[in-house]
Ligand binder design. Structure first.
Ligand SMILES: Nc1ncnc2c1ncn2[C@@H]1O[C@H](COP(=O)(O)OP(=O)(O)OP(=O)(O)O)[C@@H](O)[C@H]1O
Ligand SMILES: [Mg+2]
Length: 456
């Protein structure tokens, strides 16, 4: 399939000349004369490359660029400029243009640039396909840290069984994502989620168990409860720690006997839902304090899966960030697609009390705020921008050691780069690591070797 190119040039003679050059280069060309028509075509058909004049009647090339880069499958954009407009072209590069050509140029030069842009478009597309494949394989639960591998293995092992599962972990660590993953892999019917903390206590019983006709004034007709609604599928009891004691007793009985009764009814019905419960609370303490029934606790925790806090798997940051940025681009048309090393270092220096949820919001914020394709530290939420923040009020031993290691590493690498004027290949033997490793360390510590080049 030939690569499709959209050419936007208002001067008819030039448009014809360039079209012919591109067609002679075996590219499929659609040529239009203004930004508005270009916008229409872009919204209707896929293109690999857009070649646009910067100065156009009405809207200019920059608006074509912005529209193109905001598309779900963004084409690469090459701008054509008069000599005087070069500064505008340079700022367009920062906004994600692939390249620019200063007029006058030879048609062959255009062809060369467009071919390279088309190649890049194809590469980006293939990378995106691979990412989508990986996304599928990992399900909704992203993470390659060893602790996440354990979580995933456990989920795969117990998903097909009917045993209850208790998901533990701090707020935002992905308990609900894990619950849905368990359900997805169990090949069962409906997924019914109940937030035990969000439904008023006096309504919760009838919501869960259902109501028989005329059970109490205003009860109306029979109503199926959520437990029954989940029959053949999964009942997800979120925030199980908030379940009132009286209902804990009833739920425990249902699980024990495998039967339930609607409120105000004598008929027993079979309990056919698999139960997954989640909480960020310390259930053991709740049991000690008499706030959570020990019998229910033991019944639920037969299989317990602990979602690790994000600060203990910072290696997953780039992976998670990539997914959330792609998401922000698709959902809000955000332009940002990557993190600068400095921004990544800032993320690595934060304690993430809100875990993956907090990361997701921080990156959505950054993606929307960033004017560039690459997010710098200044686009991050303010609390992340400062370095050297305490990890937590009283950091764990591991956190404290890790922070000290990071700080020492940054100091060492800065001095190393000063000594070698930013030459990573020359510095690597002295540091006793491979060049690639040194590059990785520099990125991780937010040390940019190019700052040490050029005499300074
Ligand atoms: N491992 C993960 N991979 C991808 N996204 C994740 C992961 N963990 C969490 N998220 C995302 O973070 C957000 C919070 O996740 P989730 O609702 O599952 O957290 P939770 O543990 O249930 O938190 P809470 O205790 O506050 O209810 C969601 O947007 C979810 O998509
Ligand atoms: Mg939750």
């Amino acid at each position: 399939m030939p690569e499709r190119v959209l050419l936007v040039e208002d001067r008819e003679s030039l448009r014809g000349l360039l079209s012919r050059a591109l067609v002679a280069g075996r590219l499929e060309v659609v040529a239009v004369g203004d930004a508005e028509t270009a916008a229409e075509r872009l919204r209707e058909e896929p293109f690999a490359v857009v070649v646009s004049d910067v100065r156009l009647p009405g809207a200019d090339g920059a608006s074509v660029l912005r529209l193109a880069r905001g598309l779900p499958t963004p084409p690469e954009v090459v701008l054509m400029t008069a000599y005087a407009e070069v500064p505008a072209a340079v700022s367009a590069l920062r906004e994600g243009a692939y390249d620019y050509l200063a007029k006058p140029f030879e048609p062959e030069e255009l062809l060369r640039v467009v071919r390279r842009a088309a190649e890049r478009f194809a590469l980006v597309g293939r990378a995106r396909e691979l990412e989508a494949l990986l996304d599928d394989r990992e399900g909704g639960l992203i993470g390659r840290a060893p602790s996440m591998g354990n979580v995933r293995r456990l989920i795969e092992r117990v998903a097909p069984l009917t045993v209850p599962v208790l998901l533990r972990g701090e707020s935002g660590t992905g308990k609900e994502v894990a619950a849905r993953e368990l359900h997805r892999l169990s090949a069962r019917g409906p997924f019914v989620a109940v937030n035990c903390g969000a439904i008023p206590e006096n309504l919760l019983e009838s919501e869960l168990f259902g109501v028989a006709k005329g059970a109490f004034t205003g009860a109306g007709g029979d109503r199926v409860g959520l437990i029954e609604a989940a029959s053949g599928g999964t009942l997800f009891l979120d925030e199980i720690g908030e379940l009132p004691l009286a209902l804990q007793v009833k739920l425990n009985r249902v699980l024990e006997e495998g039967e339930l009764r609607r409120v105000g009814e004598t008929t027993v019905r079979p309990m056919l839902a698999r139960v997954i419960a989640a909480t960020h609370r310390d259930l053991e303490a709740a049991v000690r304090d008499g706030k959570f029934r020990a019998d229910l606790y033991f019944r639920l925790k037969v299989v317990q899966i602990e979602l690790p806090p994000l600060r203990e798997r910072l290696d997953d940051l780039p992976l998670l960030a990539g997914r959330f940025l792609r998401h922000a681009a698709a959902r809000y048309g955000a332009r940002a697609r990557a993190l600068s090393p400095e921004a990544l270092a800032a993320l690595e220096g934060w304690a993430w009390p809100g875990n993956v949820r907090e990361l997701r919001h921080a990156l959505e914020h950054a993606a929307v705020m960033s004017e560039d394709e690459v997010i710098g530290p200044l686009s991050l939420p303010p609390e992340l921008r400062r370095e050297g923040l305490p990890v937590a009020e009283t950091p764990t031993y591991r956190d404290a050691v890790e922070r000290a290691e990071l700080a020492a590493g940054r100091q060492y690498l800065t001095r190393l780069m000063q000594q070698h004027q930013g030459n990573v290949s020359r510095a690597a033997p002295e540091a006793g690591v491979e060049r690639e490793t040194l590059h990785r360390l520099l990125r991780r510590h937010g040390v940019d070797p190019s700052q040490f080049r050029g005499g300074a």
